[in-house]
Design a protein around this ligand. Sequence first.
Ligand code: NDP
Ligand code: 2IT
Length: 445
Amino acid sequence: MSYIDEVIAQVIRENPAEPEFHQAVREVLDSLRVIVDRNEAAMRRVALLERLVNPERQIKFRVSWTDDSGQVRVNTGYRVQFNSAIGPFKGGLRLHPSVNLGIIKFLGFEQVFKNSLTGLPIGGAKGGSDFDPKGKSDREVMDFCQSFMTELCKYIGEDTDVPAGDIGTGAREIGFLFGQYKRITGSFEGGVLTGKGLSYGGSLARREATGYGLLYITRQLLRTRGLELADKTVSVSGAGNVAIYAIEKAQQLGAKVVTCSDSNGWIYDPEGIDLAALKTIKEVRRQRLTAYTDFRPNAEYHSGRGVWQVPVDIALPCATQNELTLDDARALKANGVLAVAEGANMPSTREATDYFLENGVLFLPGKAANAGGVATSALEMSQNSERRPWSFETVDHKLEDIMIRLFANIDEAARTYGLEGNYVAGANIAGFERVRAAMNAQGII
Ligand code: NDP
Ligand code: 2IT
């Protein structure tokens, strides 16, 4: 058996019932065959791949909090510190009832390569809890966040591990987490969390960064094919932080976005999504998408799934993992889609990804396409160290520059191994090479 197949088998054996983690490892290691096959003996000798797929540290803890009726509730908290070869651990906190150790490990593993691709000094981690902030009062969310941080604070720090937002964790949650960290440690350590509010050390353009970065890299991809975003029709899934600012930048660049979704249903607005209405519904009122047709009577609300059945030029999945299946990929292709770029982490199933690659659909995987968020988190850390905030334009310009260079890197890596146009391979290879160099330089740890 090849070294890679042995390691994949070992991951499946040693991490049972963690299908998302298996999927992420398999996809990355499959891409690395072109490198590993040439260096197999040397890599085996230092167990490079075993070390790559084993997190440096995994923390699992109880989070007790009290609901508004006085009932004590118990959730499980996680932080998986995956790899710190190139910098302090960095990655978001997901608060969603579906969270379990396997999901956090898949996200942490992906984060290692994504963070490497940004070119900035950040290692990979992820955390979160099966707590559901939806429908909770601000006080309940605060109580949960304070309890969560009371344990997490033992493991994080601006040079150790720097959490941020992800699904269910936005500015409100980061504020409560930061307040508790400051209260416990007694020091204002700005760089311990990113995605902070602007009044206490947050970076301008961090809120927008993932969605904006997704569009910057998509534009770059299209340009290499002589195409532009202007006048293209776009479908977006999700209606959260990534989706909203992907829609905003797509519209600024002249595209027409006709869909968005949440876990209950989806909107088709043939005249183009009304972004002001969407922001009011999601950011101000925290309502469900069913409220959208109150603002736009001509738009359609459909319950269930269906976003990928709409004919578009460009599809941007921005909700969650495995939301775009093989059937969806076939429907997109049959309707003439040119490009798919992932705003979410691993939103396409492996079968859908392979279908895109085999059928001439331009495809940018999440670890490249959504890296603008964490890259801008690293820019927030720089501003916190410097104790000086940068203007929106400065941060936005750096973000655009990072995405353009990231695209060039993954394009180049794919070409180097004779896989031109395969950005899945390009991203996995380019992300891996930097981590490998750092791990090799630092000895056996
Ligand atoms: P939000 O919580 O702001 O929004 C998540 C959106 O996705 C909501 O519309 C939500 O709908 C939907 N969604 C979540 N879970 C499911 C599910 N199981 N099925 C269907 N829809 C679902 O999160 P973000 O926008 O921050 O994150 C979206 C994706 O982007 C995630 O994959 C995240 O890991 C990734 N990402 C986020 C970054 C960031 O900076 N925030 C950076 C890079 C990647 P509902 O309200 O019904 O739950
Ligand atoms: O998946 C991701 O890259 C994020 N949720 C952002 C992580 C971060 O540290 O900004």
